[in-house]
Design a protein around this ligand. Sequence first.
Ligand SMILES: [Zn+2]
Length: 441
Amino acid sequence: MGTIWIQGVDAITLDAEGRVLRGVDLLIEGGRITRIGQAPPGTQADEVIDGRGKVALPGLFNAHSHAAMTFERGWAEDLPFPRWLNEKIWVAESALTPDDVYWGAALAACEMIRSGTVGFNDHYFYMDRVAEVVEQSGMKAQLAWCVFGIGADKEVGPGLDGTLAFIDQWQGAAQGRLRTCLGPHSPYVCPPDFLARIAQIAAERGLPVHLHVAESQEQVENSLARHGQTPVQQLAALGIFDGHVIAAHALALSDADRAILAEKGVFVARTPNTYLKLAMPINHVTDLHAAGVRVALGSDGPASNATMDLFQIMRQQALLEKYLRLDPESLPGDTPLRMACQTGAQALGFPESGSLREGAPADLLLLDFDAPHLRPRHDLIANVVHTATGADVTHVLVDGRLLLRDRVLLTLDEERILYEAERRAFRMVNQNMSQMREYQA
Ligand SMILES: [Zn+2]
């Protein structure tokens, strides 16, 4: 792996002191950052990048996604959640093929790399095809094959046994960039005995678990009626929280639930764009922080959210919390950035990433600050949190390898991916609409 020398760049390090450095050199050797400051005299590099006018930032980690749902972007608009799911999403997904998942995830990978995301935590079907995308794209990822545990005929794919085979095949693949985990859908779909089995397998094999938790008050009421426990209490009692867990959403929580999540070290993944678009009631991220719960940020599927640009998502989280609290001091400074970079990296099992420091893996991006919306440069962090977008990203590196150079994707055939993804997305939707018409007739 070659040496890369980024010259004269401003750097938001997100290190322990939260330092912002002006006009420094970043030297990258063997996939790691070996120098931040002045490059030593006589430095030679395989590639020199002029960093003047640019800002370096640790790469972003998307903590909850269904990448292949790019196929349903713009196809289920302005609907309440039950109609969105039953009339649109389940209908389209009933025709989903493994090839669709490959091209849908490849489209997502193009979008994610272009907007500075270096790793994603994906929960979907036919995940061996998403693993191929991870391998080819150069990204990092943690992949979970979604399982329901309510009968083989209801699973999309080979069920839990197939998931375990998938894990055996892909754990640690792509030079260690690919991690796998167990993906039971949620406590409102999966039966308790199935969840207990998942907890047992997770403990035996040391596997993380990624699932949806407490998305609405209605789910909490149903859980209390059925099990006498909130979803969080039930999952804790079943042993699900005894290992490394990413709980997507966790929107309807009691103080006792928050205490459990903190005590068990559960990562919560919030996807604020989804909550705004589907008008879902939520509780405060700052209450989770106060309880000691680590909160990362994600996109969810583009069918409910529409963007995978974590700059937009980070900003929505900051604004939403300030507004709901009626407190402009909520989530101040680099807090949203740390959620997107550091907590995300930890949630995905890449704890060395998420800051710019010597010795860390070179997972980073460069933003072009030669743009009207990013001047003047009083406060680089404020400009990134409140005005930058994914379109400002010019370079992306993962383990010291360039995936994006001067806004050109280096690892993926973007033109072919755009063509294949759109063609297949139209086919999937149209095929299903004609089936729907036959069914309704
Ligand atoms: Zn989700």
